[in-house]
Write a protein that binds this ligand. Structure first.
Ligand code: SD4
Length: 336
């Protein structure tokens, strides 16, 4: 093809290409900003994050604001209102990650109201990623956080008093989700809530992704136990080129497969967020299908187009979505 022919052809096809690009571009535009979060308790969390996103704020600020919102709720299993470990002590885990792979986390922190903001300080003020236990608390105090009371919330106190009678660690997954208040996705056999976590992912107007996770972890856990939630690549992973993922459920099982990193890797290979989550769930179930029937894990993911999806081992995982187009709760698909 000579140059003139090529130019003529380009003149004809350029509008076509342009309009195709414009369509693809506007499809992307449509779904940002957007915030998604685990469970139906994500609705008010998304609303708090949305206040930042709608003013063209950053995804990082938005996910922190969402996490702070739920940590403030003393009636919620996330934050200081959460259920204690088997020694009666509330220990909190949180992490945060931005579009530049900056990340910070705290694990097993006590008596600090906003572990998510301590995690952000770890990210921004130290060369480290994770601080744990007393060290995390000391760092928080040095950075202006206040030491809160060690007393349990009334709900947690009552539940612990009941549990201590049997003193038996026997978590049951949310195979059939019983509604026991808005913040109770996982239950012990007697119907008391087991563990609860808030994981959220946002994409801002600049197309940047960030994520945050905050939790009191599994109720009545062994003191010192750390779940997936504060572990980058397990409870949360963000790769600004391809997407981000978060998880909820039995943390040990998520850690074993580096769950959210795996989900993001599947998105990198071209899978949709939902299929990427499904393939990570399959990885867990494949190892021991019978055992997998006894616990729950759910993954939630978003790609760079603002498309989202989730998948869980069992029925009962739900997630919340807020964008300019919608504000709703979705049921996750499940494998078993
Ligand atoms: C943990 N993954 O500590 C958390 C618990 C959770 O809904 O997700 N609860 O293992």
């Amino acid at each position: 093809m000579n140059r003139r022919k090529f130019l003529n052809l380009s003149a004809l096809t350029a509008p076509l290409l342009l309009s195709k690009n414009a369509i693809a571009h506007s499809a992307q535009q449509k779904n940002k900003p957007i915030v998604i979060s685990t469970w139906d308790s994500g609705m008010p969390v998304n609303a708090a994050a949305w206040k930042i996103l709608e003013k063209n704020g950053s995804a990082l600020d938005a996910v922190e604001a969402g996490a702070i919102h739920i940590e403030n709720d003393i009636n919620c299993c996330v934050g200081l209102g959460g259920y204690p470990d088997r020694d009666g002590i509330v220990t909190l885990d949180a992490c945060i990650m931005d579009h530049n792979a900056n990340c910070g986390a705290v694990a097993g922190i006590e008596r600090i109201k906003h572990p998510i903001s301590v995690a952000r300080k770890v990210m921004e003020k130290t060369p480290h990623v994770i601080l744990v236990g007393n060290g995390a608390q000391q760092f928080a105090l040095e950075n202006g956080f206040t030491l809160e009371s060690a007393a349990l919330s009334t709900d947690a106190k009552n539940a612990y008093a009941e549990w201590i009678k049997k003193n038996e660690y026997k978590p049951v997954s949310n195979i059939e989700r019983k509604q026991n208040g808005p913040f109770a996705p996982n239950f012990f056999e007697d119907g008391t809530p087991n563990h609860d976590t808030m994981g959220l992912i946002a994409m801002d107007i600049k197309n940047n992704l960030s994520g945050a996770v905050t939790t009191s972890g599994m109720a009545y856990k062994v003191h010192g136990r750390v779940g997936d939630s504060p572990i980058i690549g397990a409870g949360l992973f963000v790769d600004n080129e391809f997407g981000a993922a978060t998880s909820s459920g039995t943390g040990e099982e998520v850690i074993r497969i580096c769950g959210t990193h795996l989900v993001v890797e599947f998105m990198r290979q071209g899978y949709s967020p939902e299929l990427a989550c499904k393939k990570a769930v399959e990885r867990i179930v494949k190892r021991d299908r019978e055992k997998a029937k006894t616990f729950q894990v759910g993954f939630l993911a978003m790609n760079k187009k603002g498309q989202f999806g989730a998948y869980a081992i069992q029925k009962g995982f739900v997630f919340s979505v807020k964008s300019t187009n919608e504000n709703k709760i979705y049921d996750s698909k499940f494998l078993i």
